[in-house]
Design a protein around this ligand. Sequence first.
Ligand SMILES: Nc1ncnc2c1ncn2[C@@H]1O[C@H](COP(=O)(O)OP(=O)(O)O)[C@@H](O)[C@H]1O
Ligand SMILES: [Mg+2]
Length: 304
Amino acid sequence: MSSPLILAKGLVKRYQGRLVVDHIDFEVRAGECFGMLGPNGAGKTTTLRMLTGLTPREGGELSLFDRFSDPAEAEVHRRMGVVSQEDNLDDDLTVEENILIYGRYFGLRDGEIRARVEALLEFAQLVERRTHAVRALSGGMKRRLVIARALVAAPELLILDEPTTGLDPQARHLIWQRLAALKAKGTTLFLTTHYMEEATRLCDRLMIIDGGKIIAMGEPHALIRHHLEPEVVEIRPLIPPLDRESFSHLPGRIEQTGDTLYCHVQEAAEVMDALRGRRDLICLSRPAGLEDLFLKLTGRELRD
Ligand SMILES: Nc1ncnc2c1ncn2[C@@H]1O[C@H](COP(=O)(O)OP(=O)(O)O)[C@@H](O)[C@H]1O
Ligand SMILES: [Mg+2]
C-alpha cells in the first residue's frame, strides 16, 4: 500500500489551557474519502487548521505527502486544497476574478489560471455566472465556487470543513455529485460533516471525535455492524404523550428522544409483531445507520 497523504500522531491543541484536540492519531490514505464527524465543539475545525497550517499544533507529529512535517511548505500548499468552514470569498469581485486572484497565491501565472477557469466553472456549474459579483450568488453557488477555487492548482488532496452545511437538499446533492466525481478521478478527500447521509454516501472510512478524542474509526458499515443491532423500529404515539410503561415488554435496546422510542433489535419483525393491533402508534422499521451510531457514541443531549 502507498504511504498515507496525511499521517498524524498525537496531535494536541489547547485553548486557554483547555485541551480541544487531545492526542489524536489518524491517517488519510491516497485515493480515499476520509470523514471526520463529531458534535459542535468536538475539535474538528481545530484539527483541520493544524493540518493546513492555519494554527500551530502544540504537540504531536505530522507527516504530509510522506515528506513534510510543516504545512507551511510551498509544496504542501500546492498539493493540498482547502475549503474552510466559512466562505472566505471576495464579495466585491466576480466569480472568475475570485479564482484568478486565488490562483496567484500558488504562484500560477494568469495564463495558466485562465486556461483552467473554464473547466473549474463547468465543474461548479457557474459558467453563466462567471462575470457576476460573488455577493449576488446563492449559498450553494458560493460553496461550489469555494470548492472550485480550492482546485485551481489541481491538488491531490482536498480538505473540506462542512462543505454542505446550511445548503438546501438540491444544492447539497449537487456538491455530493461533484465530490464523488473528484474522487473518481483520483483526488483524495478529507471532510467534516454533520450530515450522516453525506458521510454514508461519500466516505470510505471515517472517525468520530468528541471532546477532542477519537471515539470510533473505521469503515461506516463495519462500524455500524460492530456497535449496533442491525435493525431499528421507531415508535411514536399518534397523539402524544408517549406512555413509556406500555412498552416494557418490547425486546431489544430501547432509547427515547422526546415522544419517540428507538428500539434497536436483531430483527424488526419481533417488535412489529409485539405491537400488532396498536392503532394508537406510528411504527417505522429500518436498518441501523450512521446517525444511530453517532447518537449512541456521542449521546442524545443537545450540544451548543
Ligand atoms: N481561536 C479559539 N480560541 C479559543 N477557543 C477556541 C478557538 N477555536 C476553537 N475554540 C474552542 O475549541 C473547541 C473546538 O472547536 P472547533 O475545533 O471549532 O470544533 P468543531 O469544528 O468540531 O465544532 C470549542 O470548544 C471551541 O469553542
Ligand atoms: Mg467546525
